[in-house]
Design a binder for this molecule. Structure first.
Ligand SMILES: *Cc1c(COP(=O)(O)O)cnc(C)c1O
Length: 398
């Protein structure tokens, strides 16, 4: 089955994402030993990945994409880690709310809003030093805001070269860009595109972008830094690194496609873990069942453990098709999942006990997000971005 990002986007489970919570305070002692699942964030691994991406990109600046609650790690957590690194030129999100929260959380680097905004939000966006991504003729609104704030508006222009999403179609882009560049009120500091990540089409997209940019530059139009490269591109097309790279998933230490894992192009270390505790251990007599619809049947007397984490926390429902959870030194098969619980098969001996820490995924070989994603037949994007934003995030400094 297709476990690439695109395949899984087609079959993704629609787990709804609530508005991401503000960074959770450090847990108080009594809660620390609770049975609630938690997300661990590993800043040193994140910093390692930034250095790896920088090396791969020939020291080009990195625009770190931390949309969707920082890919599940907590947008403020990862914002702070990346804000402190020289390799990172700026941060990019898709939702206005996240851009504002980064600014309000004291992030100093440029923040690019790669998503839509209403013209009536423009002044607020610019006043907060958030860079808008522009792809429509909003010159007059930019003029008004620049006049009011008494400074030109820095922006990035987004060109659609074939993804068909937001972005001015490349054939019409020259006109829009010249119109924007000709205004005193604006300064184009970046020009960007996004690949469809189809190896046969990406080259054509890049060709369209390069032709557009070089003809504009030949006319003296300033485009700022040109950027296009997501994680996929970091592995696939070094000719598309341009002036700046724009990855997300690679910075979180996760290979976006299984095929990249053994290519030694980038040595990535996952910066995120999902853990919980064993809530209950019991022996099922032979022929007894467990789980809704009796999804599991004990072929012989078997110990099973209940873990307090489920699909409402972000574990894919398909985990019951063969994902394994680590408890102590053992990997145990998930045999049933519900909203807040997993049932795992322990075997003929009670090898685990109530309160033991159980790892759904972390940075250990065999338990990496890629391993769990593959076992669930789920994309790693679904695994981390679907982590419930209400789960406590804990930073583990090593
Ligand atoms: C999400 C996103 C990225 C980063 O993609 P990864 O696959 O996580 O590296 C880059 N650019 C845009 C426009 C995006 O939406």
């Amino acid at each position: 089955m297709d476990t690439t990002r695109r395949g899984c986007l087609r079959t993704a489970l629609a787990l709804s994402l609530a508005r991401p919570a503000s960074p959770a305070p450090e847990p108080a002692e009594p809660r620390d030993s609770s049975f609630d699942p938690w997300v661990e964030v590993h800043p040193e691994n994140l910093r390692h990945n930034v250095r790896e991406v920088s090396r791969r990109a020939g020291a080009r600046p990195i625009l770190a994409v931390i949309k969707n609650n920082g890919y599940g790690l907590g947008v403020a957590n990862v914002g702070r880690v990346f804000d402190s690194m020289d390799e990172v030129a700026g941060l990019a999100v898709v939702k206005l709310d996240e851009a504002v929260r980064l600014r309000e959380g004291g992030i100093r680097k440029p923040v690019l809003l790669m998503g839509p905004f209403d013209e009536k939000n423009l002044e607020d966006v610019v006043a907060k030093n958030i860079l808008p991504m522009v792809y429509t003729p909003i010159g007059p609104a930019l003029d008004r805001v620049a006049k009011k704030l008494q400074r030109p508006v820095d922006l990035h222009v987004c060109v659609d070269t074939g993804l068909g999403r937001e972005g001015v179609p490349y054939r019409a882009a020259g006109t829009l860009i010249k119109e924007l560049a000709g205004r005193k009120s604006t300064q184009i500091v970046g020009t960007m595109m996004t690949f469809a990540e189809d190896p046969e089409f990406d080259g054509e997209q890049l060709r369209r972008f390069n032709i557009l940019c070089s003809s504009l530059e030949a006319e003296g139009v300033r485009l700022g830094r040109k950027h296009a490269a997501s994680s996929f591109t970091l592995f696939q097309h070094s000719d598309a690194f341009l002036d700046m790279v724009r990855p997300g998933m690679a910075l979180f230490g996760i290979y976006s496609e299984a095929q990249f894992r053994n290519q030694h192009v980038l040595e990535l270390r996952p910066g995120v873990a999902l853990r919980t505790r064993v809530a209950y251990v019991k022996q099922l007599p032979k022929n007894e069942s467990a789980g809704y619809e009796r999804v599991y049947r004990a072929k012989q007397d078997t110990w099973v453990a209940t873990l307090s984490v489920g699909h409402a926390d972000g574990v894919p429902r398909s985990a019951e098709k063969g994902a394994r959870v680590r408890i102590g030194n053992g990997l145990f098969r998930v045999v049933a999942i519900s909203a807040s619980h997993l049932i795992v098969e322990i075997g003929d001996k009670p090898l685990v006990k109530i309160g033991d820490v159980a790892t759904v995924f972390d940075w250990t070989e065999g338990s990496r997000p890629e391993d769990v994603g593959a076992a669930c037949n789920a994309s790693v994007y679904d695994l981390t971005m679907h982590l419930n934003p209400l789960l406590r995030r804990r930073l583990v400094e090593v």
